[in-house]
Design a protein around this ligand. Structure first.
Ligand SMILES: Cc1c2[nH]c(c1CCC(=O)O)Cc1[nH]c(c(CCC(=O)O)c1C)Cc1[nH]c(c(CCC(=O)O)c1C)Cc1[nH]c(c(C)c1CCC(=O)O)C2
Length: 383
């Protein structure tokens, strides 16, 4: 795996002045092993090329939740350590992030963390309960509660900087995707106190007390932007904003109550020039707005075929997706047939990153994922 031992490049050092898109502001150093910088290697990787809608040698593949419970080596290394504790251990983060890259030969690594990590880092009392998800001890529902949402200082997450430094050295040409939860999805956990089907308390605050809601989302946007900046400055080659649950909203409400905060996040990291991916589940009606919020790549779940998604998103964006994660339980023949449908729908798009339409389900057979990567690479290889 280790193609470029030790980190010889300097890190991404802040937005270029004027926020010019492209790679300005990303210093290039030398990886002595190969005479080219890690940055140059990742920039030429199929994943980054596809995000930038440039020609690729094959369609790049990675999977949301590729690290985690589908892998026996993950269960082994995590044994005895709570999920959130593992996120604060650079050695474990590095190992767990690398596991699916080694095993599946995916085209990108995704930083092992969770969307609630920055909230924990600013001192909120929350935990991740196995099989349930994030649980917040004291939900945020009033103006007074907002005071508990202080800004994130990079020093709060030193372990992220350390882990990404270790990781990029190990990954060499394979890009590392950093990520964060989007303001709406984070707000939904904070207001409900945990996972919710109908988001009734969240919507009660949004519609009933729009000023408090706007302040909540604005604070979360600042925390999210600060967390993404830490990851990019430490060396992440792309970032994904997970607005997993925003599909619960109608477009007009998305535009009014959520989009300003997501725009703020994307604007804050625009000047680095790293590709920005925007994903949510059940967002067929929101795809255009989610692109407009500032994404370079729009993630699509399995409900909308990619050619239709491209019409909804409009020109100038790449697409990511969108095999139904449940298809992986149907056997190799069915997986290949459904994966081919995804590739057929993506044919002619200027940029396509193959992914699932949502995260890998915990009981997925890891070999089915490895075979899927091989299949997509072979089916799309330019001769
Ligand atoms: C909504 C959301 C969360 N976390 C995340 C999202 C957005 C993605 C999505 O829409 O699925 C993001 C996330 N969480 C995790 C990753 C790892 C990186 C990767 O994609 O490989 C990522 C990208 C690790 C994790 N995050 C979590 C696990 C499982 C915890 C464990 O191993 O015990 C992992 C590996 C826990 C978690 N954290 C969350 C949930 C719903 C759960 C599952 C609860 C369960 O079923 O046990 C909140």
């Amino acid at each position: 795996m280790s193609r470029c031992h030790g980190r010889k490049t300097r890190r991404n050092e802040g937005p270029s002045s004027g926020g010019r898109p492209g790679w300005a502001g990303r210093p290039v150093g030398a990886c002595e092993d190969f005479g080219v910088s890690t940055h140059q290697q990742t920039a030429a990787s199929p994943f980054i090329l596809a995000c930038r809608r440039e020609p690729v040698p094959h369609t790049p593949v990675w999977f949301m939740r590729q690290a985690g419970r589908s892998l026996p080596e993950y269960l082994k290394v995590r044994e005895g350590t709570a999920m959130l504790d593992s996120c604060m251990r650079p050695d474990l983060v590095t190992e767990i992030t690398l596991q699916p890259v080694r095993r599946h030969k995916v085209d990108a690594a995704v930083y092992y963390s969770d969307i609630v990590v920055p909230l924990k880092a600013i001192g909120l009392d929350l935990d991740i309960k196995p099989g349930v998800g994030p649980v917040v001890a004291q939900p945020i529902r009033s103006r007074a509660d907002l005071d508990r949402l202080r800004p994130l200082d990079p020093d709060d997450v030193k372990y992220v900087t350390e882990a990404i430094g270790m990781l990029t050295g190990e990954l060499g040409a394979t890009p590392l995707i950093g990520f964060a939860g989007a303001p709406f999805t984070l707000a939904s956990y904070l207001v409900e106190g945990g996972t919710s089907k109908n988001h009734e308390r969240t919507k009660a605050l949004m519609y009933g007390q729009p000023e408090i809601w706007a302040e909540l989302l604005d604070r979360l946007a600042d925390i999210t932007a600060a967390f993404l900046k830490v990851q990019i400055e430490a060396g992440a080659s792309a970032v994904q904003l997970f607005d997993s649950w925003v599909g619960a909203l109608a477009p007009a409400d998305y535009r009014r109550y959520v989009m300003p905060a997501s725009v703020k996040v994307f604007d804050a990291v625009a000047g680095y020039g790293v590709p920005r991916i925007h994903f949510g589940v059940g967002t067929g009606e929101l795809l255009g707005l989610m692109g407009e919020a500032g994404a370079d790549v729009v993630g699509v779940d399995w409900r909308v075929p990619l050619d239709e998604a491209a019409r909804r998103v409009g020109p100038g964006k790449a697409l990511q997706g969108n095999l139904d994660p449940a298809v992986l339980f149907a056997g190799q023949e069915a997986v290949e047939a459904k994966a081919r449908e995804v590739l057929d729908a993506a044919r002619g798009l200027p940029g396509h990153v193959f992914n699932l339409g949502h995260g890998v389900l915990p009981s997925t057979d890891p070999d089915a994922l490895t075979r899927l990567v091989e299949f997509v690479h072979e089916a799309t290889a330019s001769s």
